[in-house]
Design a protein around this ligand. Sequence first.
Ligand code: SF4
Length: 314
Amino acid sequence: MNIVFGPVPSRRLGRSLGINNIPPKHCSYSCLYCQVGKTSQTEIAPRVFFQPEKIVEAVKDRLSRLEPDERVDYLTFVPDGEPTLDRNLATSIKLLRELNINIAVISNASLIWRDDVREALKLADWVSLKIDSVDADCWRRINRPDPALRLQTILPAIQSFADGFDGFLATETMLLEAINTADEQINPLGDYLEQLQPDKAYLAIPTRPTAEAGMAAPDAERLNAIYQTIKARLANVELLTGYEGNAFAASGDPVEDLLAITAVHPMRRDAVQTLLAKSQSDWSIVANLVRKNQLRELQYQGKTYYLRAYRPKK
Ligand code: SF4
């Protein structure tokens, strides 16, 4: 198995060199939507998979073979399993520091109640923690955690980590139609995120084949309503709908800009009008995108919003 892959373009991390510090599929969860398939046996005891020196050597080797104009913005621990199951995660991060590249870890947060796991994650510059639900029954249904795990120990530990972390904290919530998308799920999630105050909360939908069949994204109306509910409590919320373009580098092309921004943030009609005015364009652009089904027009609390059309996976 390759320990290092990429660099791949990532909207969240720029050009990210992936580090696979866990062989597939060692995980504490067996999420319904996992792209790597089912976890045959969940596990929660961190152990050694690769020696940190081997990981560093693999990263250096890959960096040495990059084209001169290829840059790497982040070294990202994003294995086909849970990265904090690696007992040597802290040592690997410390050793990778000599490369002077930012370090990110994408974790499911299930082991964050362990002091050693929180300490290891604190060494990273950018950490993403999975929070699909704050309701224990729903969490069990979606994430199918190891039987020894308890959501009521994970949620306060996430808060405690956030309180002592100096880096960039992101949360990621996968939205599965009819499982965690109702108001009774979203309102308490919003309350928890409001308290947590991550630097950014990502709301994702399934865009690739899932471990279990039948996992679908909410429809665009519902996705917009969820976004607005969380956005009312938290400044920084973004959608992850499978588009990796950069919403924040205005190209000057109104069509491109509109599609890039609405893939991440549903835009209110007045914001769209402002964007069009900047490029001296008229509303026919929007009408055309709606007609071609590239942009969805949605009503929410008496206002009209626009969201880039996505194909909910069935
Ligand atoms: S936590 Fe990640 S790797 Fe583990 S089952 Fe869920 S999606 Fe898959």
